[in-house]
Design a protein around this ligand. Structure first.
Ligand code: BG6
Length: 491
């Protein structure tokens, strides 16, 4: 890849995402020599600050969260001197002219031909205003290319997502819009494609003839943290299922793309969502479990229940846990349940996918339990990145018997791997939107989710409770038990 000169304009430069993820990711790219030579960052936020003040904020963020230490002063100076600060109230369109003039001065200083990335690390209610102010002030009609990166949530439901999309589409074309789903930047999520499409061994059995079910877990130990205002209205369904969980389903279920080209891959992913069975209210009650945590213990520490968290309604019916059984009604997957579960305040922080293969037609061998365990392919996304395959082998010795063994591959055991945002920022700088979500994906995902939230709105009697620090409500286990399966414990 050639390194394109560009200015990275970061709206929300004093926010949490900038500190925790974006500055550290930019610094890693710098350390890996993956940033363009002709490059500048302009941080935009409401408060007053100077360039130097902003640079020292960047330093403390990098020191706290980055993968690489800041050791060499000269190297750090070379990095930080590219950061500039511009105070702006994004709602009033006056300030934008000054910002535009700053970008033009920087174009000149770094010989940048007007290329821009606008990263909106802000609440989505500002996206429309910012996009239209950028357009009005002439930011979107410069010589170079322009790209818009936006964070989730992309709307609250299909309708609000459509309105949001409408607003940003007035200033940016679809191929200039990069919608982030940071799960798509995770190394092992990207690896799903390679594992599937570069191995005869897996691709030939990747269907309803050989696979019994697929389980996708993304569990967290944190609670709602300081985000009650957002989370109360969102809940786990909108916060995790609409985006991250469905993205993993798509990666597991998609057909091989005709070529490894952005639109070819996205086309195949969208087809999965088109085949995803959309539930009636009765089916929602049968196939979807929602839960909310009550007080419990996480790693020995007592933690409050969701309804006791600051900013949460004491009668809140917001779900902090979702488990669901999904069906993809196409030739490859007909009849294979995809079980997903995600929640806050669960027993362990882990993201993992288990593919459970069908049993042998006849069982010639027995272990102590007189059963033969199925082959499992376990794809580990977080915190361990890797995968293992569970196989049955002979127990050594004369008594015989069968034992399961794991063929194990660990990708990040020896050293750290890039953070999701490193890859995503790099791709956006190079105009590669493969691992960003396209509008039709977003809207189909909302259609699926909206059917569930609509059913939930009619009554909250099915809201189950689970103790913080556990694997969720008992109902989530029953969901699989009805089908003769169980959740494989997270490794
Ligand atoms: C975010 C959600 O999109 O993903 C958070 O808004 C959640 O609620 C986070 O904690 C989980 O991401 P990760 O990478 O830690 O699994």
């Amino acid at each position: 890849h050639e390194h394109h000169p560009l200015i990275f304009v970061l709206f929300g430069a004093t926010g949490d995402l900038a500190k925790r993820k974006l500055f550290p990711a930019l610094y890693s790219l710098h350390k890996e020599r993956l940033l363009p030579e002709r490059f500048a960052v302009v941080g935009v936020a409401r408060g007053e600050n100077t360039d130097e003040g902003f640079r020292s904020d960047v330093l403390s963020a990098v020191e706290t969260y980055a993968r690489f230490d800041v050791k060499d002063q000269q190297d750090w100076d070379a990095f930080k001197n590219r950061f500039y600060y511009y105070p702006l109230d994004v709602k009033s369109h006056e300030g934008y002219t000054g910002l535009k003039a700053l970008l033009e001065r920087l174009d000149h200083r770094y010989q940048i031909p007007g290329n821009r990335i606008f990263f909106l690390a802000m609440a989505p209610e500002f996206f429309g205003t910012i996009a239209s102010n950028l357009k009005k002030t002439g930011f979107t009609s410069t010589q170079g290319w322009k790209r818009l990166i936006i964070e989730k949530p992309f709307g609250h439901d299909l309708l609000s997502a459509q309105q949001l999309n409408q607003q940003i589409s007035e200033a940016f074309a679809e191929d200039e819009i990069y919608r982030i789903d940071h799960y798509l930047g995770k190394e092992m999520v990207q690896n799903i494609e390679v594992i599937r499409f570069a191995n005869t061994l897996f691709e030939s059995v990747w269907n309803n003839r050989y696979i019994d079910n697929i389980q996708i877990t993304s569990s967290e130990t944190v609670g709602v943290e300081e985000r009650a205002a957002y989370y109360e209205k969102s809940g786990a369904l909108r916060d995790m299922v609409q985006n991250h969980m469905l993205q993993m389903v798509m990666m597991m279920a998609m057909e091989p793309p005709s070529r490894l080209k952005t639109e070819a891959i996205r086309d195949e992913k969208v087809k999965v969502l088109r085949s995803l069975r959309r539930y009636t209210p009765e089916e929602v009650r049968e196939h979807v479990v929602r839960g909310q945590y009550t007080a419990g213990r996480i790693k020995g520490q007592a933690v409050p229940g969701y309804r006791e968290e600051p900013g949460v309604d004491p009668n809140s019916a917001t779900e902090t846990f979702v488990a669901a059984k999904l069906y993809i009604d196409n030739f490859r997957w007909a009849g294979v349940p995809f079980y997903i579960r995600t929640g806050k305040r669960m027993a362990q922080k882990s993201t993992e996918i288990v593919v459970q293969f069908k049993e042998m037609p006849i069982n010639l061998y027995f272990n102590r339990e007189r059963t033969l365990g199925p082959n499992l392919l376990v794809i580990r996304i977080h915190p361990v990145e890797g995968m293992h395959l569970m196989l049955n082998v002979k127990r050594p010795g004369t008594e015989g018997g069968i034992i399961p063994v794991a063929m194990d591959f660990c990708q990040n055991c020896a050293e750290g791997t890039p953070e999701a945002y490193e890859r995503l920022l790099y791709d956006a700088m190079h105009g590669d939107s493969t691992f960003f979500t396209r509008w039709d994906e977003v809207s189909l995902a909302w259609k699926f989710v909206d059917a569930i939230s609509a059913a939930w709105e009619t009554s909250t009697s099915d809201l189950a409770h689970y103790t913080a620090g556990t694997w969720g409500p008992e109902e989530a286990n029953q969901l699989l038990r009805k089908d003769g399966f169980h959740w494989w414990p997270v490794s």
